[in-house]
Structures are given as C-alpha cells and as structure tokens.
Design a protein around this ligand. Sequence first.
Ligand code: MN
Length: 128
Amino acid sequence: MKQKILVIEDNEQNMYMISYLLKSNNFDVVQSFNGADGIAMAIEVNPDAILLDIQLPGMDGYSVVRELRKNNLLNNIPIIAVTSYAMSGDSEKAYEAGADGYIEKPIDPDKFISQLKIYMVKNRRDKK
Ligand code: MN
C-alpha cells in the first residue's frame, strides 16, 4: 500500500514540484493550501507524514504544528517543516513547535525524497 503524504503549501509552484516528486516516488499525495484546511485534512486522511510550509497565509506553520500536536490522534504523525528562510533559528523554532524534521527551500530534487524518508523513520516516537 502506498504511503500517504499531506502537503500543506500555499505556493502553487512549490506544491506542484513537491507533489510531482512524491508521486514519482510512489507516494500518494493529499494537498492543502493553508493551515486550517491542512489540519482538517490531517484529521480526515490520517497521513503517514506531513510536509508543512512555514510561511503560510493566516495561520503560520509553527501554529499548525502546535495544533496538530495537541490532537492525540495526530500526535505521532511525522511533521517535516519546509521553509525558504535559511535564517538561523528557524529550524530550532520548527523543532520547538513539535516538528520532526526540517527541509530547506529551494528544494533539491535529488535529495528531497531521501531527506523525507529519513525523517519518516526517525520520528518523534523514536526520540522519546
Ligand atoms: Mn509559503
């Protein structure tokens, strides 16, 4: 059975590229273009992992992670933050909010899937 990845990303081009890479690597993809829809979708489809843009309109990625981590049903799903801000402190903020991993934009198509797989295996359940 294919693993299902929820992608929460407001930028059409990034969404297209991430979805393309995932589908090419035999994942099923569910898309949300903002945080509130993403949370609703996570509850609905119970994905195997969530790829989460941090810069989202309205509710930002950090708030989305915190909301997801409050929900007992979703607490164990690996959440990987994806952000173009290569500023120091950004990854720490994502981890602090409850993310399991961090992938920097621009996305490297050659490394993206292997990065994702590492974070999917090494998720928060293993850390605690
Ligand atoms: Mn964005």
